[in-house]
Design a protein around this ligand. Structure first.
Ligand SMILES: C[S@@+](CC[C@H](N)C(=O)[O-])C[C@H]1O[C@@H](n2cnc3c(N)ncnc32)[C@H](O)[C@@H]1O
Length: 454
């Protein structure tokens, strides 16, 4: 029941970097897989060819898998996992999201699990999610070149905080097991086949993405580099039995957004629609670049600069990385304090010093740092601390602010959002009501080293 940390969440949701890992928290992976995995026996295939249409290289609904799961147009190639008896294959549905298409690289059972999501069972839900290949709502942005950064997105109108900027259903979803249980030769073939099976306009958008360095490569190597530079790491859904393996996911239009350590937009993934949503986390003015943070922004300057260099290979030039020494020191100190406060506020032992003023300080530190995507966390802490000492009125105010600032960042289905909505509805009935007093109170806990005279 304690507040969930965006920090943790972000630690599991970074964009995969060049040469490193997209993957949050495990920089060794990012499309690199486990190099020493025992080579499984190769089951099929010649290399899918980029320029041939999928129909000419693959049989449509022509094998047993697709008869079992009629939504898949393509279910090959497959390779045997080195760790289990299962095969890892490509599963592609060209009709997904009103003909945009999607491809998965995973086992048949996991693909069958994803196929039960509302995105497949209720196609109306995802019909208009994507707005770039087929537009029904005017765009709030343009794509243009930013010197030193490649392409990026620029706001063409005033975008208000909380507004939806763009959303993409997943183009390519790769189960992390592919990197760990197949050879690089095998999983890169599956990745490329997954992209090749997408309908043409969609496939072209993926193949046009940045490889960071633009070097010459074979088709398969190019797809691998595109995946490594542009994918996001997504955690499994709660009802997915495979909790220890997340997904590596590509969204081609969202992938055009560049990094800033103090971004003006943030993203969350919704499993029901298999889509990533980007919202403004502060007002954005026409002409401003729309940015995301590729890393957990609650890190000191040096750690941020090093990580961006190591994983994506670029030198961080954003304002908070290039400001003068005095301001960098002040910012780094605020980051340190935020982390200390976060630890204290999560401490539910009787001796914890946590109190509402600490949560107020955390709110101010996030504001001073312009970390608008993290601010909701401090509001969650404040709601809980005020309720914990029996001030339902201030707790309700902060629960409302937590929902208002949190929904664009984590989405309405997030556990913290649900919890804050409950607290706002009935602070007295919430688990946090007087919780600090209860934990700290009672004779038992206060009796220390008392010598009994009797
Ligand atoms: C996900 S892509 C972003 C879109 C990319 N600029 C493009 O042209 O398609 C990530 C790559 O963009 C570049 N990039 C992103 N943010 C940057 C920044 N703040 N400074 C310099 N390069 C950046 C790096 O080459 C990075 O590997």
């Amino acid at each position: 029941h304690e507040a969930h940390h965006n920090h943790d969440h972000l630690a599991h949701a970074e964009i995969c970097g060049q040469g490193g890992s997209i993957i949050p928290g495990s920089e060794t992976l990012c499309g690199q897989g486990v190099a020493d995995a025992v080579k499984p026996q190769k089951v099929i295939l010649s290399e899918p060819e980029a320029e041939k249409s999928p129909e000419s290289t693959n049989q449509k609904n022509g094998n047993n898998d697709s008869q079992k799961h009629p939504i898949w147009e393509y279910t090959t190639p497959c390779f045997n996992s080195s760790k289990s008896k299962s095969e890892i294959c490509v599963f592609s549905d060209v009709d997904f999201a009103d003909g945009r298409g999607t491809s998965f690289v995973m086992t048949e059972s996991r693909a069958a699990h994803l196929a039960k999501y509302p995105a497949f069972t209720n196609p109306e839900l995802v019909k208009n999610v994507n707005q770039d290949l087929k537009r029904t709502i005017p765009a709030k942005y343009d794509m243009k070149e930013f010197p030193g950064k490649g392409m990026g997105l620029v706001a063409t109108e005033h975008i208000k905080r909380g507004d939806l900027i763009m959303a993409n259903t997943a183009s390519l979803i790769i189960d992390y097991r592919a990197f760990e249980e197949l050879t690089k030769e095998e999983y890169t073939q599956l990745q490329a086949a997954g992209v090749d099976y997408l309908p043409k306009a969609h496939r072209d958008a993926v193949l046009a993405l940045s490889t960071h360095d633009g070097a010459d490569r074979t088709h398969i190597e190019r797809v691998d580099k595109i995946a490594a530079t542009n994918s996001f790491d997504i955690d499994p859904d709660e009802d997915d039995e495979i909790q220890d393996h997340g997904f590596y996911v590509l969204f081609p239009e969202i992938a055009r957004m560049n990094h800033d350590c103090r971004p003006n937009a943030d993203y969350f993934f919704d499993h029901d629609t298999l889509a990533q949503y980007i919202h403004a986390i502060r007002d954005i003015f026409p002409g401003e670049e729309i940015t995301l943070s590729y890393i957990n922004p609650v890190m000191k300057r040096k750690a941020r600069v090093d990580k961006l260099q190591r994983i994506w290979g670029f030198q961080c030039g954003c304002r908070s990385c290039t400001q003068d020494k005095v301001r960098v020191e002040a910012s780094d100190l605020r980051i340190r304090r935020i982390k200390e406060l976060s630890n204290e506020l999560q401490d539910w032992e009787p001796q914890s010093r946590a109190n509402p003023a600490m949560a107020e300080l955390m709110i101010s530190l996030y504001e001073q740092e312009k970390l608008w995507g993290s601010l909701y966390e401090a509001y969650v802490f404040a709601a809980i601390e005020y309720n914990g000492v029996g001030d339902p009125w201030t707790a309700t105010k902060y629960a409302g602010l937590a929902v208002e600032w949190g929904i664009p960042v984590v989405g309405p289905k997030d556990e913290d959002m649900v919890e804050m909505a409950k607290l706002a509805e009935d602070p007295w009935g919430h688990w946090s009501w007087l919780k600090r007093s209860k934990v700290r109170g009672g004779w038992g806990k206060r009796q220390r080293d008392v010598v009994d005279d009797d």
